[in-house]
Design a protein around this ligand. Structure first.
Ligand code: LER
Ligand code: MN
Length: 269
């Protein structure tokens, strides 16, 4: 298993990002701390100096395991499940831009909050059908670029559909595209799963990416989740992908990253 941490490429309102100010400085620091990869949270690739980021990541000898897309929902309201067809179309177009950016790194593209919510006045079945249709278009495009998408169940306070791993697996089966996997985030799982360990094991054939945060969304080890048992479960499942810390920058961003790498190194040895 490899270690990564989420960094935002742009200023953002989304709080659970360990690093979100000076991108270059932060990526260099992440490399010095000893992470294997950096997960990039991107609102809109159109605003990025892509060549510069590609070069920076290369210079730092880091991989980019995944690209996060949730800011496009959080800050612009784009979503795959919006009743307004134009907004759904804009969400698909944005994800396609994310896929193009991801293809420079072979990164997975995260479908988390960008799926949106079932809005008042919309039937859940309808919102799900729109999401399935948009996801198929995105997955088809991603497939041509040899890129995977990864669907992230998020807790009930952030979305009102696809909240736990089993719902994620059921949804992936309905979308029925070979390059759509599942992202397990321990912060959301702590709220939604009956047993984090049993749910991970049950979904093991679908999991392509992992987010780590403790129960309070601080760095692993600073809340009350049992990460030794979680990592043991991942080892038993023979999970070989990335563990990416998506955490609050608390007590400050450097301490959060330092604590994360220290704990991950201990857990993964
Ligand atoms: C949001 O809470 C989250 O976990 C993100 O990874 C979803 O896009
Ligand atoms: Mn997450």
């Amino acid at each position: 298993m490899k270690k990564s941490i989420v960094v935002s490429t742009q200023q953002t309102e989304f709080s659970a990002l360990a690093f979100k100010e000076d991108l270059e400085k932060n990526v260099r620091k992440i490399s010095e701390f000893g992470f294997d990869g950096v997960e990039l949270a991107v609102r809109d690739p159109g605003y990025l100096d892509k060549e510069k980021i590609i070069q920076l990541v290369k210079d730092c000898d880091l991989e980019v395991p995944a690209i996060g897309t949730g800011q496009a929902w959080g800050e612009e309201g784009l979503s795959l499940s919006d009743p307004n067809e134009i907004i759904r179309k804009m969400a698909v177009e944005r994800i396609i831009e994310q896929i193009k950016f991801a293809s420079h790194f072979g990164a997975q593209v995260i479908i988390g909050l960008i799926r949106g919510i079932v809005k008042v006045g919309t039937r859940k079945e309808e919102a799900e059908e729109w999401t399935i249709s948009g996801l198929r278009d995105c997955a088809q495009f991603a497939r041509e670029k040899n890129i995977k998408l990864t669907l992230e169940p998020v807790n009930r306070y952030e979305s009102n559909f696809i909240n736990n791993l089993q719902e994620g697996v059921d949804f992936i089966k309905r979308v029925d595209m070979p390059n759509l996997g599942l992202l397990a985030d321990t912060f959301h799982m702590n709220i939604e799963e009956v047993s984090i360990y049993d749910s991970l094991k049950k979904a093991k054939d679908y999991i392509t990416h992992i987010h780590f945060a403790d129960s309070n969304r601080w760095a692993p080890g600073l809340g009350h989740l049992n990460f030794s048992k979680i990592v043991l479960t991942l080892k038993e499942m023979e999970y070989k992908g990335y563990i990416s810390a998506e955490i609050l920058p608390l007590p400050d961003q450097d301490s959060a990253a330092e604590m994360t790498i220290k704990t991950l190194k201990q857990l993964l040895q």
